[in-house]
Design a protein around this ligand. Structure first.
Ligand SMILES: Cc1cc2nc3c(=O)[nH]c(=O)nc-3n(C[C@H](O)[C@H](O)[C@H](O)COP(=O)(O)O)c2cc1C
Length: 198
């Protein structure tokens, strides 16, 4: 299978980076073809300009490559920290520029954008790995767990990816070496479970 892995974290020393490395290792072990993008490493330009908004425009080559890869992916794995209940801005910009009409979703004939779109992504499965410093219960009770709604409903369900799984690792700042090692084992197990040997 072809699996797109998208990482949004500025530091290679981060736990997010370790999650990405574990994810790629597990996918490789199971013989999958990995498209990996470290958005900070490639200095992804997160700004969607007005000339790129219409559906059928000529895209810059690097954006076209991202769009082709996400269209062709059989699975998608996104990795990022919780920053103010949202993905880091660089990843928000990736969503704006890559999860675009004609690539990830479309409105039916005659619909100007007011209706419910059809999902176009071929991927059947999407995993999201997040990290934070907030207890899960507090995240849900006080903040409403916005990352769950963003990825599950606003993005993957809308784009036709219904097999959705998200795991939040917390609390990072006080976690021990052993705890982080156990979490990476969980990442490994989750990836090989959702993307078994083909
Ligand atoms: C700009 C910024 C915003 C943050 N906002 C939140 C937040 O809203 N909730 C939370 O639990 N942690 C928040 N954090 C903490 C990060 O989620 C935490 O540092 C990260 O998950 C740790 O993983 P890492 O070691 O891979 O960086 C924020 C951190 C930064 C830098």
């Amino acid at each position: 299978m072809r699996v797109s892995v998208i990482l949004a974290h500025p530091s290679k020393e981060s736990f997010n980076y370790a999650i990405a490395a574990t994810t790629i290792k597990a996918l490789n072990e199971n013989g999958h073809n990995v498209f990996f993008h470290d958005l900070y490493e490639e200095k992804f330009d997160a700004i969607l300009q007005s000339d790129e908004i219409p559906k059928n425009v000529l895209l810059p080559p690097e954006i076209d490559t991202h769009c082709t890869e996400i269209s062709e992916a059989d699975g998608i794995i996104v990795i990022h920290p919780n920053w103010w209940g949202q993905p880091p801005a660089i990843l928000k910009g990736w969503i704006d520029r890559i999860i675009r009409p004609g690539v990830a979703y479309e409105f039916i004939e005659g619909d100007k954008g007011e209706g419910v779109p059809n999902g176009l992504l071929k991927a059947k499965t999407a995993l999201v790995f997040n990290t934070s410093n907030t207890e899960t219960e507090r995240e849900k009770a006080i903040f409403g767990d916005p990352l769950e709604a963003i990825w599950k409903n606003c993005i993957f369900a809308l784009c036709g990816v219904d097999n959705f799984y998200r795991k939040m690792f917390n609390i990072i700042v006080t976690s021990s070496e052993e705890q982080r090692k156990n979490w990476l084992d969980e990442v490994h197990q989750d990836v090989i479970k959702f993307f078994p040997k083909s």
